[in-house]
Design a protein around this ligand. Structure first.
Ligand code: DQA
Length: 146
């Protein structure tokens, strides 16, 4: 079974209530269960994690370094600020896909810069919850070639 870790950053626990015009009406629970359904179909073991704290996200990455064969991360606001998360992703050397619900390049200028993108294998931004599903399939086909 291929093991994939999904990390959701700050304020994504509020999905469903938070700016639904930008992030959609789905809850984080709904997105996680959609991903679990896709994982089951493809013989993937999926672990999901959400935190509002940068340190907890760095710890989660480190704690799963021997477990995960691939990582999907929506670093949320930390995308634009966190050297610590970028360094952790780089240190792990596990294929990582950066995901965003919204198209960060079509929004405010401060969202145009991602510190994570240069250390990720790919970025998917703007497809709402489908960004995560596309990341899962992309990562799966990549892992199968390794
Ligand atoms: C986000 C985009 C970020 O700029 C923002 O801070 C978020 C969510 C997205 O999924 O579109 O919290 O990562």
């Amino acid at each position: 079974m291929i093991k994939i870790l999904v990390i959701h950053g700050p304020n994504l626990d509020l999905l469903g209530e938070r700016e639904p015009n930008v992030y959609g009406k789905d809850t984080l629970e709904g997105i996680n269960s959609l991903l679990q359904k896709e994982a089951k179909k493809n013989d993937i073991e999926l672990k999901t994690f959400q935190s509002n704290s940068e340190g907890d996200i760095v710890n989660c990455l480190g704690d799963n370094r021997k477990w995960a064969k691939g990582i999907i991360i929506n670093p949320a606001a930390y995308t634009h600020t966190s050297v610590a998360i970028r360094d952790a992703v780089k240190a792990l050397n596990i294929p990582t896909v950066e995901v965003h619900l919204s198209n960060i390049y079509a929004r405010e200028e401060f969202r145009h810069k991602s510190l994570i993108a240069p250390v990720a294998v790919a970025t998917i931004s703007g497809f709402g919850k489908q960004s995560y599903v596309l990341a899962l399939y992309g990562l799966l086909s990549l892992i199968k070639t390794l």
